[in-house]
Ligand binder design. Sequence first.
Ligand code: G3P
Length: 217
Amino acid sequence: MKFFVDTAEIGAIAELNDLGMVDGVTTNPSLIKKSGRDIIEVTKEICDLVDGPVSAEVTATDADTMIAEGRKLVEIAENIAVKVPLTWDGLKACKTLTDDGHMVNVTLCFSANQALLAAKAGATFISPFIGRLDDINLDGMELIEDIRTIYDNYGFETQILAASIRSVNHVLDSARIGADVITAPPAVIKAMVNHPLTDKGLDAFLADIKAAEIKIL
Ligand code: G3P
């Protein structure tokens, strides 16, 4: 399973990247706003840091402008994936940009039928939003399962990029189902290390190290 980091914060990306945890990065207009940076500048910095795909989202809603924006975004670096919304115009832009040979991430996916259309339009990645479905009492994980089944039934190569991940259980469930990629905020990825029995066991070992004055260096 690939790990993408869902942030435009350079420091957080660098920390995880140094540990080999970063297979790519996803950004969106809200994350760019949060960073307080210029989209082109910060995206270039991220692309310089990370080898894998870096998603940068278009701002337009009509296909022609999305395509023009996408063509500008891909000039930033070779590893840009143009992010387009799951609308009819977004699918048109997806088809044109993938035909041009660019990676496209189709975002704001909330149904399996939408995911099917994105795969037909040649999307490199489909981004189903788990957390936002859970927020309205629907089942985000059920959507990941449905898309996995449908893509496997027909051999679609579009990668399932589980997005809007809010908890470590979202990561675990996505891995169980077989999502190709998860994109999660740095805090969620870092929280995966936590286990109370690890803390308890370490406390006991530290007490014995002190009691027995065990030294290595
Ligand atoms: O990158 C898009 C997605 O991950 C957003 O997550 O938490 O704003 O629903 P969230």
